[in-house]
Each structure stands twice: as structure tokens, then as C-alpha cells.
Design a binder for this molecule. Structure first.
Ligand code: FES
Length: 507
């Protein structure tokens, strides 16, 4: 395969354009009303609402606040989630579909309220969201989605034209949606959390949570006790509840480049398409305008040309928008639930004080906010109109062809069939900048050779549940195809559910 050099610097624009923050690690055993594991949009939203309601909270983040999925999103705040309402009405009925739309609309307004009340400078702006297609063959589908959404009272329109600089066949448009800079927003909310018995701890990895009265949160740096615990780690780091089997990890890719202001389209967009959909928005940056194009999503570790996704996005940005240079590239990973609804609520039916939120299916800004709102209501004993719809302990249908396939993929990886034929691959076969599974003295090893020629050797066995990791060349990470844990070339955790690094190998 002819591999092109990857465009741009490998960093999320949202992270690159915000100052580094520095909260301390946990250094003593403390006690709070609510411990929140994970400092992304779910955790910080819940912490803000709970602290406002008089609770003491501790947010415990393994890395840095808003540096995980929240720091790698497209940051669209919308209830238009590509195509959803027609399917929801068909499968679940009008009432549930309406509740889905209303809850996501309410989440947008919650963000708008925080921005106003706290005077947050986060480039929040109201704009329209579009789901579009350039192909006439999709117009009927788009019209059906428009009719479904409009019947639920959502701000939907069907249009044949858009502000995009190329023709479209049709689009569903939702008005009065919003976009923002997710890290500016989260860091500003986070700033108000510490004090009066509340805390934020960074670089503090939680190993497990033991439910009790109180609950115990066990970290690498000490323990916390709390009456209630929210686990907001994208996919829960706790295996009870089997969320790793109720959702599958999906990777997607983004590039960003500056665009001439007169060519920048107003609005946020997503096109229809299995893998080659395009997600488009702009954001202001120091008097300039950055165009962000995302797409190329696939089930984690399921394709061989993942690094070429960046190049395809670059080509799209150049051809369609006249972008001359790509400044940024980054990837994201979210979990897709089988019934399209997120899981928000108790960890298991037997849990009294441990809560989770996961399965946002790549629409995490509205659903993450919604999760923070819903979980804080549950903890405060307040009624929430969407608690039943999103109940994390609900029976999940595992009957679609796709979900069966996803589970099958997990099973086949699990038994380690990917070691077949590896006996003939050795360290000499690993070129600089490349990672491979190899055999060294009869032992299977995940080997990476850096550009300077130094080799980094790790166990290829994922410490979560024992699947075999794969090398992701585009991001220079090891990733687990089963439930999406990701690791650096030295085996450090980039993303859970794993809470232990890959084992280092000495030869
Ligand atoms: Fe579950 Fe690797 S993430 S086995």
C-alpha cells in the first residue's frame, strides 16, 4: 500500500488552544458526599449541579480534566443525531422518541444556561445542524427523518440547499442548536468546583469502587469514601453491569485547517454514509476560522487502513473547502449502544449508590450533559422525566444482525486466534515508526520501534479481559479490539476500561 505522510500535528485543536491546567493528585484519604470518577463532560456537569445543590464532591481524573473523549469531540450540541427519530418511532414508539428529542434539547439549554450564569467564554454560538446527502437516492430517507422529527415537535425542516460550498440533494435541518469549545467550557466549570469540602484530583487513576455505606473509591494514590459514586469514564472501568458487552467501541478521525472566512459555511453538518460520512463545523480562533472535518468512523481495530482516514479527510477539506494546509489531526473513540439509547443510571439493579453513564454513540456533548443532569437528580432524590427511558439496567435487545456480529468479533478476538502465523514474525520485521505483534524466544510480544530505532516491548494481552491488542499506526497506539482500551507504545493507558497498563517485557 502506498502510505502518504499524515497531515497536521497529532493533537486535538481543543487541547492545543487551551492553557494547561494543574490540579493536584490525591495525596490523603478524604471523604465527600459524591465521588465522581472521570473529569469529562459527564463528571464536570454532575459535579457542578451537585455542588450547587449543597453536596461536597470530588472529581477524580486519571489524566487531565477534559483531555479524554471530551477533549477530542467535534463539540456539536444538537438533538439531530444523523438519522434517529424515524427509527426510534418505529422501534420504540412515539412517546420514547419524543422523550429522546426533548431530553437532548434540554441538555443544549442546560449548557446555554451554564454559559450565561457563569459568564463562560467558550465560543458558544447558536447555529443550525444539518444531516445531508449529495445523493438523490437518500432524499426519501431524509424526508422521512424530517417528518418523524417534526411530528415530535422538534425544530426540523427539510431543505434542498445549504450554506455548504457544494450542492446537496437534500438535508434535514434543526434550528437553534449550538456549538462551543468543549475544553474552554469544561475548564471554566471545573474552576468553580474545588473549595468548601469539594475537590478535583488529576493524575489519580481509580482502580476500583467498592459499593457500601459509605462507598470506597480505591485509587493508586489513596482512597476516598463517599455516600454515592458516579463512574463517568466513557465506558465504565467497573465490569459489573457488563457495559463492555452492551456497547461497542467506534473510532473516528478529525482534521482541522484554517479557512478563508468568506468560504466558511454557517452551521454544523453530518452527511449520510457508513464509514465515509463527513462531520463538518467551524470554530473561531484568534480572529481566524478553523474548519474541522471528521469522519471515517469504524469499529475499533476492524479495518487495515485506519491511518489513511486522515488523508481522506484532508483531501475532502482541500477539494471541497479550498483548505491549503491541515494544522491538526486527532482521533476519538466512543461507545455505540445496541438500542441507540445511552445507559444512564445505576451500575447494576443491585447497586444503591454507584451510577454510570455510557453508550453515547458519538453524540456525547448533549448526552453527556444530559447524563450529568440525570445522575445528579437521581442522587439528590429528585424526579427526572428521562430516568426510565435511559435506565442503565434496562433489558437490552441483542437481536440485531449488527450486534450479533459485534459480539462475534469480540469472541473471535478473545480466543487469541490472531497469534496464528506469528511465529515467523520477529523484531527484524518491525521498521522504525512501526508496531507489530512478533515472537521473541517463543514469546508473543507487542513490539514498537521508534524513529530513533529503539524498541519498546510490551505484553500483547489487554489487562482488561485478556484480548490481544492491535497496533494503530495513525495514532501510534496499541488498541484492544474487544472493548476499546488503548495504550501508548510504552503500555501506558490512553483510554479504559483497562485500569492497568500493558505489562512491560524485558529481553
Ligand atoms: Fe476489554 Fe481489552 S478492553 S479485553
Amino acid at each position: 500500500m502506498n502510505v502518504l505522510p499524515l497531515p497536521g500535528q497529532p493533537v486535538s485543536y481543543w487541547i492545543d488552544s487551551t492553557l494547561k491546567i494543574d490540579y493536584p493528585s490525591l495525596s490523603e484519604n478524604i471523604s465527600v458526599d459524591v465521588a465522581i470518577v472521570g473529569g469529562g463532560i459527564v463528571g464536570i456537569t454532575a459535579a457542578t449541579l451537585l455542588k450547587r445543590a449543597g453536596k461536597t464532591v470530588a472529581v477524580i481524573e486519571a489524566d487531565r480534566i477534559a483531555s479524554g473523549v471530551t477533549g477530542h469531540t467535534t463539540a456539536k450540541l444538537t438533538s439531530l443525531h444523523e438519522l434517529i427519530y424515524s427509527q426510534l418511532i418505529d422501534k420504540m414508539g412515539e412517546e420514547k422518541a419524543r422523550a429522546y428529542g426533548e431530553s437532548n434539547q434540554t441538555a443544549i439549554e442546560q449548557v446555554a444556561r451554564f454559559v450565561k450564569e457563569e459568564n463562560i467564554d467558550c465560543d458558544f454560538s447558536r447555529t443550525s445542524a444539518y444531516t445531508f446527502s449529495e445523493s438523490e437516492s437518500n432524499v426519501e430517507t431524509l424526508e422521512a427523518e424530517y417528518k418523524a422529527a417534526a411530528s415530535l415537535g422538534l425544530p426540523a425542516h427539510f431543505v434542498r440547499h445549504s450554506p455548504l460550498p457544494f450542492p446537496i440533494a437534500g438535508a434535514v435541518r434543526f434550528d437553534n442548536q449550538a456549538q462551543f469549545h468543549p475544553r474552554k467550557y469544561i475548564l471554566s466549570l471545573a474552576d468553580k468546583i474545588p473549595g468548601n469540602g469539594s475537590y478535583i484530583f488529576e493524575n489519580t487513576r481509580v482502580k476500583t469502587v467498592e459499593e457500601g455505606e459509605p462507598c470506597s473509591v480505591v485509587t493508586e494514590c489513596g482512597n476516598l469514601t463517599a455516600k454515592d459514586v458516579i463512574v463517568a469514564t466513557n465506558l465504565p472501568i467497573l465490569d459489573q453491569g457488563l457495559y463492555f458487552a452492551k456497547a461497542h467501541p467506534k473510532r473516528s478521525y478529525l482534521v482541522g485547517g484554517f479557512i478563508e472566512p468568506e468560504k466558511a459555511p454557517e452551521g454544523m453538518y453530518i452527511s449520510l454514509g457508513e464509514r465515509h460520512y463527513r462531520s463538518i463545523r467551524t470554530t473561531p480562533h484568534n480572529g481566524q476560522t478553523l474548519l474541522i472535518v471528521g469522519g471515517e468512523g469504524h469499529k475499533t481495530a476492524s479495518v487495515d487502513d485506519e491511518e489513511q482516514g486522515y488523508s481522506r479527510l484532508e483531501e475532502f477539506a482541500r477539494q471541497r473547502f479550498g483548505i491549503e494546509e491541515i494544522q491538526y489531526r486527532w482521533s476519538s473513540q466512543d461507545f455505540v449502544s445496541f438500542d441507540k439509547l445511552p445507559y444512564i443510571g445505576k451500575l447494576t439493579p443491585a447497586s444503591n449508590h454507584t451510577y454510570v453513564a455510557t453508550g453515547f454513540s458519538l453524540w456525547g456533548m448533549s448526552k453527556g450533559t444530559l447524563s450529568g443532569m440525570l445522575l445528579s437528580d437521581l442522587i439528590l432524590g429528585r424526579p427526572n422525566p428521562w430516568a426510565e427511558l435511559y435506565d442503565s439496567t434496562r433489558a437490552t435487545p441483542f437481536v440485531s444482525g449488527q450486534s450479533v456480529k459485534n459480539n462475534f468479533d469480540v469472541a473471535t478476538r478473545w480466543i487469541g486466534d490472531r497469534f496464528k502465523g506469528l511465529d515467523k514474525t520477529s523484531l527484524q520485521d518491525v521498521a522504525p515508526g512501526e508496531g507489530k505483534l512478533v515472537t521473541i524466544e517463543g514469546e508473543k510480544v507487542a513490539a514498537y520501534r521508534d524513529e530513533q530505532g529503539e524498541v519498546h516491548l510490551n505484553s500483547p494481552i489487554c489487562p482488561h479481559l485478556g484480548c490481544v491488542v492491535d497496533w494503530h499506526d495513525g495514532d501510534k497506539t496499541w488498541e484492544c479490539p474487544c472493548h476499546g482500551s488503548r495504550f501508548t507504545c510504552d503500555g501506558d493507558i490512553v483510554q479504559g476500561p483497562a485500569v492497568k497498563k500493558l505489562g512491560a517485557i524485558e529481553v
